[in-house]
Design a protein around this ligand. Sequence first.
Ligand SMILES: [Zn+2]
Length: 77
Amino acid sequence: MPAKKVKCIHCGTLVDEFVTECPNCGKPVANKWAPTKVSEAPWKWTPAKKKMNPLIPVAAIAVVVAVAALVYLRMIK
Ligand SMILES: [Zn+2]
């Protein structure tokens, strides 16, 4: 069974059915709603300036420990 060819919706080039990007224009072939401007490579991303509050995981652990302690205290009564 020969590979089915589909037309690139952007430039009309016939491309293999299952390729995701047109070799001619480099845009996504199948989904015309897909963004044609792909994001930059990850190593070009600027690091996020807002860091996660370091207190949040600590607080979550404290809550878990507190609940576990309460359950434990109820069990040994
Ligand atoms: Zn194309």
